[in-house]
Design a protein around this ligand. Sequence first.
Ligand code: G6P
Length: 615
Amino acid sequence: MCGIVGYIGHREAYPIILKGLKRLEYRGYDSAGIALFDGNDIKLSKTKGKVADLEEKVGKEIPTSATLGIGHTRWATHGVPNDVNSHPHYSNSGNLVIIHNGIIENYESLKKELIKRGYVFKSDTDTEVLVNLIEDVKKNENIKLGKAVQIALNQVIGAYAIAVFDKNKPNEIVVARLGSPLAIGIGDDEFFIASDASPFIEYTKNAIYLEDEEMAVIRRDKGVKVRKIKDDSLVDPYVQELQLNLEQIEKGGYDHFMLKEIFEQPSAIRDTFRGRMLPNEGIIKMSGIEDNMKTFLNANRIIVIACGTSWHAGLVSEYIFEDLARIPVEVEYASEFRYRNPVITDKDVVIAISQSGETADTLAAIKLAKSRGAFVFGVCNVVGSSIARETDAGAYTHAGPEIGVASTKAFTTQITVLTLIALRLARAKGTISSSEFRHHMIELELIPEKVKKALESDAYVKTIADIYKNSKNFLYLGRGYNFPVALEGALKLKEISYIHAEGYPAAEMKHGPIALIDENMPIVVIATKKGHYEKVVSNIQEIKSRKGKIIGIVTEGDEQVRALADHVIEVPETIESLTPLLTTIPLQLLSYHIALMLEKNVDQPRNLAKAVTVE
Ligand code: G6P
């Protein structure tokens, strides 16, 4: 997974590409590179490290007059992160240069063939194989670059978003996509290429999102020509007007994207239900549900597929769907589901949850479910993403761009959308009364204000973070709706502070984790008034008698847990099904502050990436 950027037009390409790469670092950040055409030749610079390292390396050497170029920020798949494996990659002749996001699965057999024909390889990457394959096709058939790219891609198995240019034809860039996103920004006699629209949003609001198996030849003089890679047919591309603005993408005054995104949750949650829920009229309307109501009502069960934090949101939805709509739910890791031989029928509804809409395992699981006749509904954040397009219908979370690798607002907005769906289905099935239905909506409408209130614990959470920042292990416990929140709290801590943490159903504690408890073990216990409160209080007593340090997440005004715990963090009261939207807030803040105090890179934790587009 990587970020790609390109420019062809009349402005200086370097600053546009550099800034674009910085905005795309959430897609990968182990190396970066750039190739510019200076009027005579290609000037290429690349390095292991971040875009800032590239900027330093490039220094003053770069030809500022260049008006055509491509850049790349990498997350390694083939070959360790180092200078040589960084993109862009030259072809053997030095005429072609390429950037690539994705993975060429049959690169070894292609490489063997090319070696037989005299090609030599400097890097370990699949990408260098692809650029030489293109060169080989071009040379043998004596054809234009676009055609050569097309023929080469028809020999390739895998996923890609590529941009390639030829120094002998410096008026065009050829791009293509299969499985990795690629957007083309359309300006006045200038064109931008990027993995998403953030690198070019200040230059143009018009963009074409290439579909899978499409390629485009972008010419300074003639514009964009889109074709199908397989059959060469011309495509009339849909030019979208973008709704994103730059401020949404940048940090907005916060030190980190993660913190900004945590504090955005009141508005993000509101944006999620805005226009879909009308409590006064007793209505929830979501076109993806209305249009397919029969399918939902006839469903024998719902299978939720997702990865990471989205999987935790899926677990919360299991409680909501079963509780409110009385539909049996199974929640599956997409990576397991896709390689099992799952029993799926056309009576199953599959809900795929994904912030990015690009997670490879989730995408593959969707394809499997569809091939077996299931109706697949997507819950995605990124509009126009692969999963959003691959599913039969769906509902966006409308959380806005999430840049911090550790997911925060995506989680709460996913739960919000899933709650709306469950409520709508419950009403249609008659499993809740109209007054209960209305009550849920009124409570949901109050959630943004309550999240704001929960965020006020920030300073206090920071003092707790300071006390426990050097702990080697953490335990997170919750029951019912708050069991997935415990898992999510532990995941957040692991992801950004690299402290080992386990999430557990509180009652399961005595079947193992209790052995770990001593006076050095901090244990975060979610103990809100609604939801097995007395049982959780008993669990807290068990911890206390083993001298564990208790951090309780409690309902405002709680006294019982306060009397037992070392610290309590209060959240406002709400109905049980909505408690995860509040209890997760202090857990996000706790992991943020601990990671910061340990001087970890909060937004770009080691080894992780925002969208995992390889399995
Ligand atoms: C990566 C991210 C996680 C995310 C998971 C699923 O591991 O680092 O934050 O939860 O992918 O991503 P998705 O975009 O499908 O929700």
